[in-house]
Design a protein around this ligand. Structure first.
Ligand SMILES: C[S@@+](CC[C@H](N)C(=O)[O-])C[C@H]1O[C@@H](n2cnc3c(N)ncnc32)[C@H](O)[C@@H]1O
Length: 376
């Protein structure tokens, strides 16, 4: 089977988590850069990675890496590729480009030169002059950073955060990939309780239940590469079979609460679409009435940020959280927010913090570890 170079992209700050996911799936990591993890694989891994990875946004095949100082470099290097190996004669070709700190700055020009290079190569190889582009879409990306170009072929289609279960959401849902990353960062052990007291549409608790029971995030969605002619369709059957074999059915102590009744109903429906409804207890509850279900556990949560609430209200809410959550030292707390004065309002210095992005919003994850009881 053909060896391929792959690139998995993720939000800034999640590279280490994604790298671990890839290692756990048995991949050889080549390099890690801002928002990018490079690894090796074969055709088989187009399906395996798309189906199994929880924190990646997208999987590309890296077709080429080259120095790009002028548009001739772009045209020639792209034109050299044997495109009919990847794209049928009716394929709809979409070329995107991004450029950072490089001589070639115009993304629009990069797109049009790139597309011309692909079409010209196809004309020669197929020996036809016009391309109707009436078939499936094929996405090519030219990514230039410091004059170094990557020529990438998208295998994913709609972003990997779109698992398919979150058809309904509230005003500020957390990205599914970030929610999964928070669960990994927390080191939650599924024998313990996990509570999200601001669960909204249920993303964090749903991702946690899927992680605990090895339910692959991409099992029931489509990928742009699923119908590719140059890939053996059996790779999808094999990857799905392998993923299904690993699913567990462990009882879990996961709770999602929110003061908004409508959000709890949405959470329940999202959880049942994700196949994890039976593992999670949802309840309408204001944080003021928060009660610990046990001596030990994990709170992982994404409280309101303040963009839609007055600053003083947010401060009061975070103060209430601080007062409630500090009562049981056996509970670890992982709180993600973009509110600048979180620490002061919460009233406690975190053990560690980490800069992360929820879409375009810069946030910090404040981490409070659980404290072991001392035996005297
Ligand atoms: C940022 S959203 C959470 C989004 C969620 N992570 C998701 O993916 O959908 C914050 C949630 O906190 C809830 N909320 C606001 N004030 C609350 C309070 N005092 N007690 C409990 N929930 C509250 C809101 O109803 C909202 O659903």
């Amino acid at each position: 089977m053909k060896n391929l170079d792959f690139l998995a992209v993720c939000s800034f700050g999640l590279e280490g988590i994604l790298k671990n996911e890839l290692k756990n799936l048995g991949y050889n990591i080549i390099d890690v850069k801002n928002g990018k993890v490079f690894f090796n694989g074969t055709e088989e891994d187009i399906a395996r990675t798309n189906i199994n990875l929880r924190t990646a946004d997208r999987i590309y095949i890296q077709l080429k890496k080259f120095k790009a100082l002028d548009f001739d470099d772009i045209y020639n290097k792209i034109n050299e590729i044997c495109w009919p190996e990847y794209i049928p004669s009716d394929g709809r070709i979409v070329v995107n480009a991004s450029s950072k700190k490089s001589q070639l700055k115009s993304e629009r020009s990069l797109q049009s030169v790139g597309k011309k290079a692909v079409i010209d190569a196809m004309k020669t190889k197929y020996n036809i002059n016009s391309f109707p582009e009436t078939g499936d879409e094929y996405n090519i990306k030219i990514d230039i950073n410091k004059d170094e170009a990557l020529l990438l072929f998208d295998t994913t289609g709609e972003g990997l955060n779109r698992r398919g279960y979150r058809i309904e959401a509230g005003e500020a849902p957390i990205k599914e990939t970030l929610a999964a990353a928070l669960v990994f960062i927390s080191g939650w052990n599924p024998d313990f309780y996990l509570v999200d007291p601001f669960c909204g549409s249920g993303t964090i608790v749903i991702e946690a239940a899927m992680i605990a029971n090895n339910i692959p995030p991409g099992l029931y969605r489509e990928f742009s590469s699923k119908n590719w002619e140059f890939v053996d369709s059996k790779i999808w059957e094999r990857a799905e079979r392998e993923a299904k074999q690993n699913i567990k059915n462990k009882d879990l102590k996961i709770m999602g609460t929110d003061m908004n009744h409508e959000m709890i109903e949405i959470s329940k429906r999202n959880a049942s679409r994700a196949g994890v409804g039976r593992y999670i207890d949802f309840e309408v509850k204001n944080i003021k009435r928060f009660k610990y279900p046990s001596e030990k556990g994990f709170i992982i949560t994404n409280p309101p940020y303040g963009e839609r609430m007055q600053e003083q209200k947010i401060r009061n809410l975070y103060e209430t959280m601080g007062n409630k959550f500090r009562k049981k030292p056996g509970w670890a707390q992982y709180i993600i927010t973009s509110f600048r004065d979180f620490r002061e309002a919460y009233g406690r210095r975190e053990d560690k913090n980490r800069k992360l992005y929820n879409g375009n919003i810069q946030c910090y994850l404040y981490q409070y570890y659980y404290k072991r009881k001392r035996n005297r």
